[in-house]
Write a protein that binds this ligand. Structure first.
Ligand code: NAG
Ligand code: NAG
Ligand code: NAG
Ligand code: NAG
Ligand code: NAG
Length: 426
């Protein structure tokens, strides 16, 4: 190739020109700096592995499976539709291309970005009037693609915030025959009490999943899919503190946007994030839910999130802990301390249990410090601990717990124990 380029300078310059022209052709999401807020102006950007850095406008009439096209839309691949949400400032969402590229890295697919920035930038209540109209327009596109042989089950809609309910309404239009819908912190305000027709729900696609990260503010607090992942309880995310942000806006939406960034991180292949079914977060933290009935669901692109249950669960809450920074994953463990307290006449055993996330795999952790904060113990002199157990979760069997038994801890004296044998197994 080098020889070719050096010896044929004419071709070299030709190539240069065509590369420049291609850059000019890259399409972008619109923004509303021109204040033309009266029309929806939905447009679609297509990205494939052949043009992951240069989105192209895609319109309903564009042919599929066309070998002559530089960036063919190929119906034998899955089609991912990215639907953004409310745009308070009328600006284009900055994360769209990062999500599209992460999807393309993870799977050879057609990625279509639904650009409805124009319709998404009115006052929130006016935008709510638009979201179904956007869904109707997208359904027209999907119908056209179906006419050309694309299968409904090969569509995967990924909706962020309000976009999740747009995706849900597209699903409603197709009577739940769309392959998959992923809601990334589906919008909460005005949707929590909405009926199923108006919001994302499990009947909208063959498989519906949602990741919840801000359910006390911008996100919805109720489960809306077959599988609903509640990260760190689904309300407040670790690392979303005011001091970490230059702008108030960045801080305010940090929890809400975490669902998206965790999803991108998983698509990047960083690490698996697995949810555990539990009735509520407090129960989960107290170590009362440690495993799944069958494989636990993982966030990502696995079919049905990896669960094999049939029929699929609906509106089931799955909990998991993340760390505060990308790639957001650590090792979750349940630490259980069983103490013999000799306060009362009868010796009673008290069990303290807590689920926590370690920043690195258990075998790389040097020490875990447990601190007794109970006044009850400090009044006493020595504490007899019957056992300290650490169980990685999801836990396959109770026998997997690593335990140390019969420890006498003297007041104010640290105690340590090496779990060496466990790590030799790896
Ligand atoms: C988006 O807004 C910027 C200014 O903030 C402007 O320079 C740019 O041309 C706009 N792009 C589109 C597609 O409207
Ligand atoms: C579409 O994808 C299939 C399977 O990956 C491949 O065999 C076929 O050649 C592709 N068609 C075009 C037009 O690229
Ligand atoms: C495109 O490819 C898909 C899958 O191979 C096929 O079912 C469909 O009929 C093709 N469409 C056209 C218009 O060639
Ligand atoms: C995903 O990977 C891309 C490319 O390596 C990187 O730029 C981006 O920061 C990653 N995003 C997350 C959330 O991990
Ligand atoms: C109103 C407006 O600016 N619309 C533009 C949206 O973006 C496409 C290209 O990406 C332009 O063709 C439209 O004119």
């Amino acid at each position: 190739w080098r020889w070719f380029w050096v010896s044929v300078p004419a071709l070299l310059s030709l190539t240069h020109r065509s590369i420049e022209r291609r850059d000019d052709e890259c399409a972008h999401l619109n923004n509303t700096t021109f204040r033309q807020r009266h029309q929806l102006q939905v447009q679609y950007l297509l990205l494939t592995r052949a043009n992951a850095d240069c989105p192209r406008l895609f319109s309903q009439g564009d042919p599929v499976n066309h070998t002559q096209q530089a960036t063919p839309f190929n119906c034998s691949r899955t089609t991912k539709l990215i639907v953004h949400g409310y745009r308070a400032m009328g600006s284009r969402p900055s994360w769209v291309e990062e999500l599209a590229r992460a999807l393309l890295r993870a799977e050879d697919s057609n990625v279509l970005v639904v650009d409805w920035v124009f319709g998404a930038s009115f006052a929130y209540n006016l935008v709510l009037e638009n979201y179904k109209e956007v869904a109707v327009q997208v359904s027209t596109l999907i119908n056209k693609l179906q006419d050309q042989g694309c299968k409904l089950e090969s569509f995967h809609l990924i909706g962020v915030s309000l976009g999740a309910h747009v995706a849900g309404f597209i699903g409603t239009i197709f009577q739940g025959k769309i392959g998959r819908i992923t809601g990334l912190d589906p919008a909460g305000p005005m949707f929590k009490r909405a009926n199923l027709f108006d919001r994302l729900d499990p009947s909208d696609a063959l498989f519906v999943e949602a990741i919840h990260t801000d359910s006390d503010y911008f996100g919805i607090s109720i489960p809306v899919g077959h599988v609903d992942f509640f990260l760190n309880g689904g309300m407040d995310q670790v690392g979303c503190t005011r001091s970490n942000f230059d702008s108030v806006y960045g801080y305010v939406i940090c929890d809400h946007m975490r669902a998206l960034y965790v999803y991108i991180s998983v698509l990047n292949g960083s690490c698996p994030l697995t949810g555990i079914p539990c009735s509520d977060y407090e129960e989960f933290l107290q170590g009362r839910c440690l495993s799944c009935n069958g494989p636990c669901p993982t966030i990502g692109l696995l079919k049905n999130s990896g669960i094999t249950a049939a029929p699929l669960p609906t509106e089931q809450k799955f909990f998991l802990l993340t760390t505060s920074e990308p790639p957001y994953c650590g090792e979750s463990v349940c630490v259980c301390v069983c103490v013999c307290v000799c306060v009362c006449v009868d010796t009673e055993s008290v069990v303290y249990r807590r689920v926590l996330v370690l920043p690195s795999p258990l075998c790389e952790v040097d020490s875990i410090q447990l601190k007794s904060t109970g006044l009850r113990f400090y009044r006493q002199g020595d504490i007899h601990v019957e056992s300290v157990c650490i169980t990685p979760i999801p836990a396959a069997r109770p026998e997997e717990a690593m335990c140390v038994n019969n420890i006498d801890v003297r007041r104010g004296t640290p105690w340590s124990h090496d779990y060496v044998q466990v790590c030799e197994d790896y």
